[in-house]
Write a protein of this length. Sequence first.
Length: 258
Amino acid sequence: MKTYPIAFVGAGPGDPELITVKGQKALQQADLVVYAGSLVPEALLQWTRPACEIRNSAGMHLDEFLADMAEAYRAGKRVVRLHTGDPSLYGAIAEQIAALRHRNIPFYVIPGVTAAFAAAAAMGLEYTLPEVSQTLILTRMAGRTPVPEAEALASLARHRASMAVYLSVGMIESVAAVLEQTYGPDAPAAVVYRVSQPEERIFNTTVGGLAALVKQEDIRKTALIIVGDALAQTSAGISPKSRLYDKGFTHEYRRGED
């Protein structure tokens, strides 16, 4: 009997059209989809066939949905494990992959659009502006899930790079207090709620105004916190120009004009 590798698919930030073509095809061919229902909108399931079996893993533990996936694999079914955003970022796929390897079940991963990039698109934001910031940090605040001491938010914030803070809006007062120490209370910041989804809301503020904003808008989850000077450049409508398109800059494909 023919069997098919299990596909880990990044669903993207929520808009069904922001899934990759390859991810969409995997869903269209699937016999079983196990999706992270606490984060992946059901709208993504529109790409599945009527005969496809769909299971929400939100109320299941690891062994439960792994057993379902393994059983379907051995029965010759095409299985998709559907994750929010990109599976490699806070997707908890490492433990699932380890379990599949232990069972000698093949797999592959299809990347997806993560919320930080969907937020930048919605805001018309470039994180890596010349002479402003050439680094983007994707991180989270330590909570019930700890982070390595060297990667504590306070340590990373000292770089004052563009930063997108995931999974931390529920601890906004602590996040804001840490960011104030390095970026300062007047540094530009934004909170992006359910980006790319019908409920999307974008709030521009300052680091000092983050806590009050989140409390006022009653935002408790599924929101991204963005901070950095690139935000100020975007909102002001100005930015340093790159050398790439400078008419006086010579590179492999073009000789600069005098």
